[in-house]
Design a protein around this ligand. Structure first.
Ligand SMILES: Cc1cc2nc3c(=O)[nH]c(=O)nc-3n(C[C@H](O)[C@H](O)[C@H](O)COP(=O)(O)OP(=O)(O)OC[C@H]3O[C@@H](n4cnc5c(N)ncnc54)[C@H](O)[C@@H]3O)c2cc1C
Length: 464
């Protein structure tokens, strides 16, 4: 199949589709599948030589296809504009995603924290199934064809309307008519879905290409910033690599601003690196660090790690007192290693201004209180995050204020739809971003196909 217009616009090389989807990630692939359910002519344009490249490395290469948690919990795991996503997530839910893959013969399994993976533990199982389905549904795939920009035309102002009245009535001023490929070729379409992703891990093809296209038709683009990304710290015990590679299980990390206000507390595993903190709990904090730094780059932030969330401060203090009574000759550093790895215990003793060789019998009450505080709130300065290129997810993107949540349609450009990470939406890792990509992709593909079918075609260019 080569576009519906080969037979319609004889003697020209004009190639016309009903729907063009730009970007072959999870959002774009799902948009194609949903659009093709309406029996429209659909093309997928991908700049890389491989579809689903980022999906293929997600979830540690096992592809975390969705998360099984109920909708309210899903929403809680989407710090970036979850309310906007409510319609998309209810119309094509995590249960629908699971059913979709199971109907394609892909067996799924649920792991800890609701994360859903293919039984094969291979991302290629998921990517190949999606691509097979797109091909089986007759979607025409244009690979290694970067889109340069959208092709649009102004919508003539009605006699009784002004440009200002139209914009205040929320009516679009432009309509999309196709896409210009970098090769110079134009592909025409009644509807275009932009699913080009964000701009993190750019080697996967997500390089923020669509932001200028969206701006050109009047959209606001919230400046992209890194999320789900490791945190950086200038503390000497970090930069000296004293703690590098040391991991802690199921700790609470609290991020505090310069006034001491807690911006978030996130639970999970973490690891000290040579530049700061990484691991799931640290990544979950990064949205709050990035947002605070976006507001005020000089904001002084601290992370406090509750190394033992299962014990209260009073219980820890009681445990120290008991050790003092029962093991008076024992060095405090040896007591501390009951709860902390040795290297961290050494830094914690520094923070509590206590010599590790102090015998428990000589430990003052104040020192035991200080140590209890340090274990409950091991503190370090947070200077920011690693850059966007290293982030798992992009925060910011096309503002959701100018996109209709029930359809994913642009409010500014007729026939234009958005799906996935190109939008100013982002979630924690754990399958939530991929769920957002599938749900918005499904909604955008459906809406674009319905729009294309209902569009009143100019004479001689009617839908076959
Ligand atoms: C290492 C890693 C691990 C991850 N793990 C998880 C996880 O466990 N759970 C989770 O929920 N999320 C995870 N994510 C995030 C998740 O993969 C993304 O949110 C998701 O892939 C976004 O889907 P998308 O379709 O919007 O964009 P993308 O997957 O980025 O796809 C966009 C596509 O558009 C194409 N494109 C871009 N510009 C153009 C152009 N000009 N012309 C044509 N095509 C273009 C790109 O080549 C790309 O194929 C992970 C991400 C990374 C990098």
């Amino acid at each position: 199949m080569s576009g519906r217009s080969d037979e319609l616009v004889k003697g020209t090389s004009r190639i016309q589709y009903d729907v063009i989807v730009i970007g072959g990630g999870p959002a774009g692939l799902m948009a194609c599948i949903a659009a093709s359910e309406h029996h429209v002519h659909c093309a997928l344009v991908e700049k890389g030589d491989k579809l689903g490249r980022k999906l293929g490395i997600s979830g540690g290469g096992r592809c975390n296809v969705t998360n099984a948690k109920p909708l309210p919990e899903l929403m809680q795991n989407i710090p970036g504009n979850s309310r906007f996503l409510y319609s998309a997530l209810t119309r094509f839910s995590n249960a629908d995603i699971r059913l979709f893959f199971e109907q394609l013969g892909i067996q799924l399994k649920e792991e800890d924290r609701g994360r859903v993976f293919p039984v094969s533990d291979k991302a290629s199982t998921v990517v190949n199934a999606l691509v097979r389905e797109v091909v089986a549904r007759g979607v025409e795939i244009w690979e290694e064809q970067p889109v340069e920009r959208l092709v649009t035309e102004p919508i003539p102002i009605q006699d009784n309307a002004t440009s200002a009245s139209r914009s205040s009535a929320g009516q679009p001023s432009h309509r999309v008519t196709g896409v210009l490929l970098r090769s110079g070729q134009v592909l025409y379409a009644d509807a275009v879905v932009i699913a080009t992703g964000g701009c993190s891990v750019p080697q996967t093809g997500s390089t923020g290409d669509a932001y200028p296209w969206a701006k050109a038709v009047g959209h606001t683009v919230v400046t992209p910033y890194p999320t789900e990304v490791p945190l950086t710290s200038p503390e000497p015990f970090i930069t000296s690599r004293q703690l590098q590679g040391l991991s802690l299980r199921s700790v609470d990390i609290t991020i505090r601003n310069s006034k001491g206000k807690a911006l978030t507390t996130e639970n999970g595993d973490m690891i000290f690196t040579h530049f700061g903190l990484s691991g799931p709990a640290a990544l979950r904090c990064s949205h709050y660090v990035s947002t605070a730094k976006n507001k005020n780059p000089s904001e002084a932030l601290r992370a406090e790690i509750d190394c033992i969330p299962t014990l209260s401060r009073d219980e820890l203090f009681a445990a120290f007192k008991k050790a003092k009574q029962e093991e008076p000759k024992k060095h405090v550093e040896n007591v501390l290693t009951r709860w902390l790895p040795e290297r961290l215990a050494a830094v914690a003793l520094d923070q509590a201004h206590t010599a590790g060789t102090t015998q428990m019998g000589h430990l003052k009450n104040q020192s035991m209180l200080d140590l209890s505080d340090t274990l409950k709130a091991f503190s370090l300065i947070i200077s920011g995050t690693l850059p966007l290129a290293k982030a798992t997810v992009t925060g910011g993107g096309v503002s959701v204020k100018e996109v209709a949540p029930q359809t994913m349609a642009s409010k500014l450009c007729e026939g234009l739809y958005f799906a996935g990470e190109v939008l100013d939406v982002h979630a924690h890792t754990g399958g939530y971003n991929i769920t957002v990509a599938f749900s918005t992709g499904h909604l955008a593909g459906n809406s674009a196909a319905e729009f294309a079918k209902n569009r009143i075609h100019p004479v001689g260019n009617a839908s076959p």
